[in-house]
Design a protein around this ligand. Structure first.
Ligand code: F6P
Length: 325
């Protein structure tokens, strides 16, 4: 059924990511420009269930494009995984007169959104917001570029110590089970290697590096390691290096990667995706994620965005290997 939208709800959910505020601003202003009401739902699905919902005006999103995090808060909400939780959420949408929803988040957010829009007559459009960049159907997710820039700034600093002391550093980065931050971060920071879950099952990268005596030509080295359980993180890698006679230092970058002012790329992406999300709702689209592929906006069914695996360009792994000789 085609909806004549009157009021759009917007929420941010899952891990915060730089650019979420810029997307919230774009959604709010595009909706108001099109004479729609906007209601912000605080704390993600949690606020939808508890009814923490506030009307937004254009000024509600003033001066936030440059802020990291999310001014409407975020949460991971197990209750939304239950049909009782989703029923409460729908009742609140009806009460508030919200007839279309924009959800900004990652795969957990879209999994919830998919069930919700299947069970109830509510169109939902997603904007990918996660530093992990692990969603199928989009070249970039909001926050990924900013997190990458944070990583290279940190690694640049660590390199000063690594080279001054002739040391080997193992630096752990986020990404859950995706190696985008580790691989791209390694290329961009000139690291000697990246240990990522997508490759570890094919080649034992660490053994390969050790066998090749990866410090033969260098006095200091930096290895970026994905936090993934498949690898065991930086501590596991460092233990294995110690067994082989190395004396590595470990640095776990942690939450500094999630915060901070969004990069220009993330702000522009958020602005484009926010406009596209409201347009999509007004066009009668439902259960889709806005993506960007080759700099063009795309519309990806939630089912595909969540279930299909986003391939990491393994050629870049060869680029890293080649440039670290
Ligand atoms: O999805 C973003 C992310 O920062 C992952 O890289 C990380 O594994 C996870 O969130 C941590 O989540 P939380 O802060 O909820 O523990």
């Amino acid at each position: 059924m085609m909806h004549k939208m009157k009021c759009i709800g917007v929420l941010t959910s899952g891990g915060d990511a730089p650019g979420m505020n810029a997307a919230l601003r774009a959604v709010t202003r595009t909706a108001i420009f099109n004479k729609l009401q906007v209601k912000a739902i605080y704390r993600g699905y949690k606020g939808l269930i508890t009814g923490e919902i506030v009307s937004f005006q254009t000024q509600s999103v003033s001066n936030i494009i440059q802020q990291g995090g999310t001014i409407i808060k975020t949460a991971r909400c197990p209750e939304f995984h239950t049909s009782e939780g989703r029923k409460k959420a729908y009742e609140n949408l009806l009460k508030e007169g919200i007839d279309g929803l924009v959800v900004i988040g990652g795969d957990g957010t879209f999994t919830g959104a998919r069930y919700f829009s299947q069970e109830y007559d509510i169109p939902v459009v997603g904007i990918p917001g996660t530093i992990d960049n692990d969603l199928y159907g989009t070249d970039y997710t909001l926050g990924y570029d900013t997190a990458l820039n944070t990583i290279i700034q940190a690694v640049d600093k660590i390199r000063d110590t690594a080279s001054s002391h002739d040391r080997l550093f193992v630096v752990e980065v986020m990404g859950r089970d995706a190696g985008f931050l580790a691989l791209y971060g390694a290329i961009a920071s000139g690291a000697e290697a990246a240990i990522i879950p997508e490759i570890i099952t094919e080649t034992n990268q660490l053994d390969e590096l050790i066998q090749n005596g990866f410090r033969k030509t260098k006095n200091s080295s930096i290895v970026l390691v994905s936090e993934s359980d498949i690898i065991g993180g930086a501590m596991t890698v460092a233990e294995r290096l110690k067994e082989k006679g190395y004396d590595p230092r470990v640095s776990i970058l942690g939450y500094i990667q999630r915060g901070g002012s969004p990069s220009a790329l993330d702000r522009i992406l958020a602005s484009r995706m926010g406009v596209a999300a409201v347009d999509a709702l007004m066009d009668g689209q439902r259960s889709i994620m806005i993506g960007i592929v080759n700099n063009e906006i795309t519309y990806v069914p939630f089912t595909k965005a969540i279930k299909d695996e986003k391939a990491l360009d393994k050629y870049l792994f060869d680029v890293l290997r080649l440039l670290s000789i």
